[in-house]
Design a protein around this ligand. Structure first.
Ligand code: SF4
Length: 105
C-alpha cells in the first residue's frame, strides 16, 4: 500500500467502485486466477488488466478481495466502497487499498 504512488483508474474499467490503476498493471495475471469473471485484458499490446464486471454478490466480492490481496503491485483499488465490504477489507489488513467508503466523510 503506497498512497504516494497512487494512479488514476484505467479508462477501460467498467463504472463502479473497484478499479485497476492506469499504467500500473504488471501483467502478473493474479487477478485472472482469483476472479476470471471480474477482470479482462485490454489487449496484448497495451498490456493491462481492468475490472470488466463489478462484484454484485458476496461471492463475487470474495473473489475481488482475493484479486486485490494477490495483486503484486497493489494496483486494484476501491472508491466509495460499500461499508460492509470496507470492513471486511480492513479486517484482512487491506484498508490501504480503500480510497473512500460510502457514507464516510
Ligand atoms: S493482479 Fe494487478 S498487476 Fe497483476 S495482472 Fe491483475 S491488475 Fe495487473
Amino acid at each position: 500500500m503506497r498512497p504516494e504512488t497512487r494512479k488514476p483508474p484505467h479508462p477501460a474499467n467498467v463504472p463502479g467502485p473497484f478499479y485497476v490503476e492506469l499504467d500500473h498493471c504488471t501483467l502478473c495475471t493474479m487477478c485472472e486466477f482469483a476472479a476470471p469473471d471480474l477482470f479482462a485484458l485490454v489487449d496484448e499490446v497495451l498490456g493491462a488488466w481492468y475490472v470488466s464486471k463489478q462484484p454484485a454478490s458476496k461471492a463475487e466480492f470474495g473473489r475481488m478481495k482475493e484479486a486485490m490481496r494477490d495483486c503484486e503491485v497493489d494496483c486494484i483499488r476501491v472508491k466509495n466502497c460499500p461499508p460492509d465490504w470496507a470492513a471486511r477489507l480492513r479486517d484482512a489488513g487491506m484498508g490501504g487499498l480503500i480510497d473512500s467508503v460510502e457514507g464516510e466523510g
